[in-house]
Design a protein around this ligand. Structure first.
Ligand SMILES: *[C@@H]1O[C@H](CO)[C@@H](O)[C@H](O)[C@H]1NC(C)=O
Ligand SMILES: *[C@@H]1O[C@H](CO)[C@@H](O)[C@H](O)[C@H]1NC(C)=O
Ligand SMILES: *[C@@H]1O[C@H](CO)[C@@H](O)[C@H](O)[C@H]1NC(C)=O
Ligand SMILES: *[C@@H]1O[C@H](CO)[C@@H](O)[C@H](O)[C@H]1NC(C)=O
Ligand SMILES: *[C@@H]1O[C@H](CO)[C@@H](O)[C@H](O)[C@H]1NC(C)=O
Ligand SMILES: *[C@@H]1O[C@H](CO)[C@@H](O)[C@H](O)[C@H]1NC(C)=O
Length: 324
């Protein structure tokens, strides 16, 4: 008795009923980069053999903005949504997504209603304007300010911003470590001038990166954040010159130091390319490129420090002849 009732209940819930099932999408965002806006509406269990059996209606808030009548094979749009359309050929695959030009896109809750013979169903998707809403991901910025800057920085999440700052700061700390070894182990009258130059350049770089971090991290001021990013990425090039000079002052070039410097140059190139792509592109895909470039710069700095420590400790045991 009970199993039967349960089976009937189950059957009417999931299989036997006249319900169309949808892929659940609660909301979708668009940005200044979307030329067309697509509001997804995917039916998972379409059985119709012909679009003549199908009927699609799209509603924004309470009023219908688009109707496709499969029987007549005709679409009707609201006068405020003249660019709205669906792809009739995709309907039998369950795709009733609404496409429209951005100029017609309005934020709000869109309802997709699909009827297929006696079966029907609907789903609600909220269309959001990313610039206006998504403030919690560090992507908010006001378009009254410069557009390029807005696009640029809005694509970095807070975590990415932190990595962009951490790697250069780490690299600078490692530089100061090498500088320490240099002053302790290699100080002599003819290196003094170079050490002072390194000290000044290192201090300047430290200040630039700290200022850049202060501009980049807090708030959502596009122009400010973008200049912070530019300052940080471009100034990390100074690290290469510093590292070169540290090596030259200490023990000159070896194949190992050349390899380290080449690695660092490659990291810098990667970071610069990532920066350019970030400025030009709409998508966040180039953030990782920029960040890995900065990571490689820091890694080269670490290798430099380890190598210097290694050479310095070797030299100490070898240099004094009296030990033998
Ligand atoms: C806007 O463009 C992005 C990336 O191309 C895409 O993932 C997103 O779905 C688009 N938004 C809408 C509403 O079409
Ligand atoms: C519906 O009309 C479009 C052109 O408006 C045509 O390409 C398509 O083949 C028609 N579909 C059917 C099922 O008649
Ligand atoms: C079109 O939009 C305007 C302004 O948003 C509104 O006043 C008007 O009623 C809309 N027209 C229709 C047919 O919805
Ligand atoms: C739909 O409703 C939202 C929230 O009430 C409102 O911001 C939006 O302007 C409405 N859109 C239309 C076209 O009425
Ligand atoms: C859309 O509906 C959701 C859930 O009902 C609601 O939280 C949200 O405010 C609505 N958005 C608009 C623009 O009306
Ligand atoms: C999205 O938001 C921006 C800035 O808040 C505004 O200029 C733009 O008109 C909005 N777009 C739509 C379609 O609401």
């Amino acid at each position: 008795m009970w199993p039967l009732a349960a089976a009937l209940l189950l059957g009417s819930c999931c299989c036997g009923s006249a319900q169309l099932l949808f892929n659940n999408v609660n909301s979708i965002e668009f940005t200044s980069c979307n030329e067309t806006v697509v509001i997804p509406c995917i039916v998972r269990n379409v059985e119709a053999q012909s679009t003549e059996e199908m009927f699609v209606k799209w509603k924004l808030n309470k009023s219908y903005i688009f109707i496709y009548d499969g029987n007549k094979n005709s679409s009707t749009t609201d006068q405020n949504f003249t660019s709205a359309k669906i792809s009739v050929t995709d309907l039998l695959n369950g795709i009733a997504s609404l496409k429209m030009d951005k100029r017609d896109a309005m934020v709000g809750n869109y309802t997709c209603e699909v009827t297929e013979l006696s079966r029907e169903g609907k789903t609600v998707i909220e269309l959001k304007n990313r610039t206006a809403f998504n403030t919690d991901q560090g992507s908010a910025c006001s378009y009254e300010e410069e557009k390029g800057g807005c696009k640029l920085v809005s694509w970095f999440s807070p975590n990415e911003k932190i990595l962009i700052v951490i790697f250069p700061i780490l690299a600078i700390l490692l530089f100061w470590g090498k500088f320490g070894i240099l002053t302790l182990k290699y100080k002599s009258s003819h290196t003094n001038k170079r050490i002072i130059l390194l000290l000044v350049a290192g201090l300047v770089l430290t200040v630039i990166v700290v200022v850049g971090a202060i501009l980049l991290i807090p708030g959502e001021k596009p122009v400010k954040n973008a200049s912070g990013l530019g300052l940080i990425v471009i100034s990390t090039g100074i690290l290469i010159l510093l590292q070169y000079n540290v090596f030259m002052t200490a023990f000159g070039m070896t194949s190992f130091t050349i390899a380290i410097l080449i690695t660092q140059v490659l990291g810098y190139v990667l970071a610069l390319v990532g920066l350019c792509l970030c400025i030009m592109a709409c998508e966040p895909v180039h953030g990782p490129l920029l960040i890995s470039g900065l990571g490689i710069i820091a890694l080269a700095e670490l290798l430099g420090l380890v190598y210097m420590k290694f050479v310095a400790s070797n030299q100490r045991t070898i240099q004094p002849p009296r030990n033998r």
